[in-house]
Design a protein around this ligand. Structure first.
Ligand code: MEV
Length: 440
């Protein structure tokens, strides 16, 4: 077992690599070569990436694909998607193409409110705390004027600060529940800076409040942090068409298809085991665009899943209905994003991806990303209720095996033809190739 190391962060990049490969790999030379093969040849660009995080030794590439033909509120967009999973970009493109001739996607932002909280312990009289809060509330705004000035110029800022009594959940627990508008910024730094100032104002004002007892003055701030649960930072995307136009399957009629889609969504609404996978498919689309545009996919994931469980049981993020012969399919989900700040100007590829999307405002990006999620879900569920997803996946699997075996173009063509009517397994593909190679 290797020994723990002190001062790893102080080592040079080469020293870090030497340490990791010599302590944790069987073949240090080969490991170092792999690490180095992922360095960018442009040293400046590599340095930029090195400095995004700490202890960087190399880069891990994720492919970036384009899903074209997305008609969103009458704008035709090609969506950049960063994802390692095969079939996702193809599925998005297929759904986009299908809805292109049916009016495309209609979207709407329902809210852009962000949230942050100061969590504190107050051992005393709630009525006195409420009076105190009322008295000092304006001071929260004045004490943060230097922090909010430029956000206010852009039309954002603190929207509300509320005192919440949480003692029913936890003894002596209260919070300042604060809401913000952060315009095109994700706003994490802005919100956290405001919250830390609120906390300091709260503590210092409590110490000076004459109506508090000695114990009440010792109000204890536990932490101040934004919340990634943003149920009022919400976007909706929708597609609809006459049922008769849902000619997606050779095996079932458009009416049967529509009914199965609605049933599949109903199942995901009532059955958490299915809902999680159903929503995972949605996140295939969402995360890929969130990542491509330099946004925080962990924040989005956490917020989206909390929203999916908002009614007490984990449920589908999409909805489907058939009424008066019209099939409707829609999604509603919270998305806290930024199109300024963070990586958006710093990372050249992120910057380019935003350019490809016509340099969207946050509200525009929320709509594009909701559409990517809806398209992904439409594609996945339509496959599931018709052919199943294995057919497409096995085709990919076949290509992966052929590439691993360095199959030539004629070998690939022969294998694709052969496996139209034979079961694809790793063994069967190898046997087929060996047979072909032996023949020639
Ligand atoms: C796979 O990445 C995503 C699916 O499982 C989604 C779904 O089941 O709806 C195909």
């Amino acid at each position: 077992m290797p020994k723990p190391i002190a001062g790893f962060s102080k080592l040079s990049k080469q020293e870090k690599i030497d340490w990791i490969v010599s302590n944790y790999t069987q073949n240090p030379h080969e490991a170092e070569q792999i690490i180095r093969s992922y360095w960018n040849t442009d040293e400046k660009l590599q340095q930029l990436h090195d400095e995004f995080i700490e202890n960087t030794i190399t880069n891990l590439y994720v492919p970036l694909g384009i899903a074209p033909n997305f008609l969103i509120n009458d704008n035709l967009l090609a969506i950049p998607m960063a994802i390692e999973e095969s079939s996702v970009v193809a599925a998005a493109s297929k759904a986009a193409k299908f809805w292109l001739s049916k009016g495309g996607f209609k979207t709407e932002v329902l809210g852009t409110e962000k949230v942050g909280q100061v969590h504190f312990i107050f051992k005393g009289d709630t009525a006195k705390l409420e009076l105190f809060f009322k008295k000092i509330k304006p001071k929260f705004y004045t004490a943060t004027e230097n922090l909010t000035a430029s956000m206010a110029n852009r039309g954002g800022g603190i929207s509300n600060i509320e005192l919440r009594d949480k003692t029913g959940d936890l003894a002596n627990y209260y919070q300042l529940h604060c809401t913000f508008e952060t315009k095109d910024a994700m706003g994490a730094n802005f919100i956290n800076s405001c919250l830390e100032q609120f906390a300091s104002t709260l503590k210092s004002e409590a110490l000076d409040y004459s109506l508090f007892s000695e114990e009440e003055r010792q109000l204890e701030v536990i932490m101040s942090i934004l919340s990634n649960y943003v149920p009022n930072c919400l976007v909706k995307a929708e597609v609809s068409c006459p049922v008769s136009e849902l000619n997606l399957s050779k095996e079932i009629s458009p009416e049967q298809f529509a009914e199965k889609m609605v049933r599949a969504v109903q199942i995901a609404k009532v059955e958490p085991y299915r809902a999680v996978t159903h929503n995972k498919g949605i996140m295939n689309g969402i995360d890929a665009v969130v990542l491509a545009t330099g946004n925080d996919f962990r924040a989005v994931e956490a917020g989206v899943h909390a929203y999916a469980a908002k009614d007490g049981s984990y449920s589908s993020l999409t909805h489907a209905s058939v009424e008066d012969g019209i099939f409707r399919f829609w999604i509603e989900l919270p998305l806290a994003l930024g199109t300024v700040g963070g990586l958006t100007k710093l990372h050249p590829m992120v910057k380019l991806n935003l350019q490809l999307l016509n340099d969207p405002s946050v509200e525009e990006l929320m709509q594009v990303i909701a559409v990517a999620g809806l398209a992904q879900n439409f594609a996945a569920v339509s496959s599931l209720v018709t052919t199943g997803i294995q057919k497409g996946h096995m085709k990919m699997h076949l290509m992966n095996i052929l590439n691993q075996q360095h199959a030539t173009e004629p070998e690939k063509i022969a294998a694709i033809e052969h496996f139209k009517t034979h079961t694809i397994t790793h063994r069967s593909v190898i046997d087929f190739l060996t047979g072909l190679r032996n023949q020639s």
